[in-house]
Ligand binder design. Structure first.
Ligand SMILES: *[C@@H]1O[C@H](CO)[C@@H](O)[C@H](O)[C@H]1NC(C)=O
Ligand SMILES: *[C@@H]1O[C@H](CO)[C@@H](O)[C@H](O)[C@H]1NC(C)=O
Ligand SMILES: *[C@@H]1O[C@H](CO)[C@@H](O)[C@H](O)[C@H]1NC(C)=O
Length: 439
């Protein structure tokens, strides 16, 4: 199977399924292969590089057929690897296709969040006493599983529209104080000047539209990054600095807008595409017995608090357990390459809830994420208003195993003192799964 690469995957329903299958087979030619894996139709593109015009046309036909017949269907992309960036004609085409279609609708596959893992039943009961979490475990309504990529002429972009799944395309009509004479994709997600809200807000929307804009003259309207890592991430995605336009706090009239704001707020297809588009592997890149345990230390945080008060003791305990060589302490001072290469080899990530935990995006499916959450005895998390679900969601979307260790907060900044014996019980369970995997 290594000779093939996946281009698109998805499940879809009704007669469309049969039509798409026949259609795909008809246009398959010699470069594309169609098969089922776990009941999900998977289209493979042969690794051979398309080098004649005829090759490119073939691939394009397939690509368009798939788009057309997967439209309004459950759909997930496999990006980057799909596309051969050295074939310019091929690349400009998904963009041309979008301009012709004006609007492409996606209905994303249903999925359900699963409960976190806990070290004991009492922790689970505490979690389930929080009504927010119980609601999270309900089925995701259809309205949160739809996506739209639309081309809008003379549209307006402004920050009051939060670029969210609740927007309608009509919201983008109106007047602006600044005129942008070109094609612009607005990504004005609130607080997305910070690394974590780039990841949970911008990246999924960007992934929905990625194939259609990556090789094009589309500019991206963003809030000027506070965290320089965001520039590295755009660079990794193939978007140069010159294509980023910073929002100037005034409504902007845009000659042509590529609107991707209506996208599921959370969905595995979009998160996994993000990891892949950043050039990261979804599977562990080293043998399991050479993997690392990473302890996240909150250090240079923008909002203080949620510190691990007995950090040294925890570090000592973990090093004792896994050996000095098998443990890394991460406090965020690494560049993109260093961060990515560390997390790509990580089997266990341990940390108190905070922005640095978002680095789990760089980790593969085999990683176990242990989040220590300041939690009161009635199940309420501290401080109130904390986005306390996101790491759980993210780990799940990325196919990782998520563990939650609630700890009673201390003081007004919700710091925690980790109970080593409870951590030990939890790690015994994590390691048991791990041993099962390497046997
Ligand atoms: C926008 O740019 C085009 C050329 O790309 C030019 O013909 C047109 O006059 C410009 N419009 C405005 C309002 O600047
Ligand atoms: C990161 O790695 C890539 C290749 O893997 C390299 O081209 C780039 O220069 C590296 N960047 C830094 C900042 O080290
Ligand atoms: C569950 O939560 C409610 C409301 O927060 C609280 O009043 C109650 O005491 C909690 N029950 C337990 C067993 O902690």
């Amino acid at each position: 199977m290594v000779a093939w690469r996946r281009i698109r995957t998805g499940t879809y329903c009704g007669t469309g399924k049969i039509i798409a299958l026949i259609m795909a087979l008809c246009v398959v030619g010699q470069y594309v292969k169609y098969m089922y894996r776990n009941d999900i139709p998977v289209v493979f593109l042969e690794k051979k590089r398309p080098n004649t015009l005829e090759d490119i046309k073939n691939i394009l036909r397939v690509s368009k057929a798939i788009d057309k017949y997967f439209k309004n269907s459950v759909f997930s992309f496999s990006r980057k690897r799909v596309l051969d960036y050295s074939a310019p004609n091929y690349y400009s085409s998904p963009h041309q296709h979008l301009l012709k279609e004006k609007q492409i609708e996606f209905r994303y596959e249903h999925f359900r969040l699963v409960e976190p893992h806990f070290s004991n039943e009492a922790d689970r009961k505490l979690f389930l006493n929080n009504s927010i979490y119980v609601k999270d475990l309900e089925a995701i309504p259809d309205i949160r599983l739809r996506g739209t990529v639309a081309v809008q002429e003379n549209a307006v972009a402004y920050e009051k529209l939060d670029c969210g799944w609740e927007n309608t395309l009509a919201d983008y009509q109106g007047n602006g104080q600044i005129f942008f004479n070109g094609t612009l994709c607005p990504l004005l997600v609130p607080e997305s000047n910070a690394f974590q809200h780039f990841i949970d807000g911008v990246l999924p929307k960007l992934m929905q539209v990625y194939d259609y804009v990556i090789n094009s003259n589309v500019y991206f309207l963003i809030f000027e990054p506070r965290d320089t890592l965001i520039y590295d991430l755009y660079h990794k995605l193939g978007i140069s600095r010159g294509r980023l336009v910073f929002y100037e706090d005034k409504p902007m009239k845009v000659k042509r807008m590529i609107n991707t704001c209506i996208a599921p707020p959370i969905h595995p297809a979009l998160w996994q595409s993000g990891r892949e588009a950043l050039g990261l592997s979804a599977d562990m890149i080293v043998p399991m017995d050479q993997t690392l345990v990473v302890l996240i230390k909150r250090k240079n945080t923008h909002n203080g608090g949620r510190r691990m008060l007995n950090n040294d003791l925890v570090e000592k305990f973990i090093k004792n357990r896994y050996g000095n060589g098998g443990v890394r302490v991460f406090s965020g001072e690494l560049n993109f390459n260093e961060t990515a290469s560390l997390f790509q080899r990580t089997r266990i990530i341990i940390g108190v809830h905070g922005g640095a935990m978002y680095n789990i995006l760089f980790a593969p499916r085999q990683t176990s994420v242990i989040e220590i959450m300041p939690t009161q005895n009635d199940g309420q998390v501290e401080p109130p208003g904390l986005a306390h679900e996101i790491i759980w969601f993210q780990a799940h979307l990325l196919g990782q195993t998520y563990w939650r260790l609630p700890m009673l907060p201390e003081g007004i900044t919700s710091d925690v003192r980790v109970d080593i014996s409870r951590l030990e019980i939890l790690l015994n369970k994590v390691d048991k799964d791990y041993n099962r995997n390497i046997l």
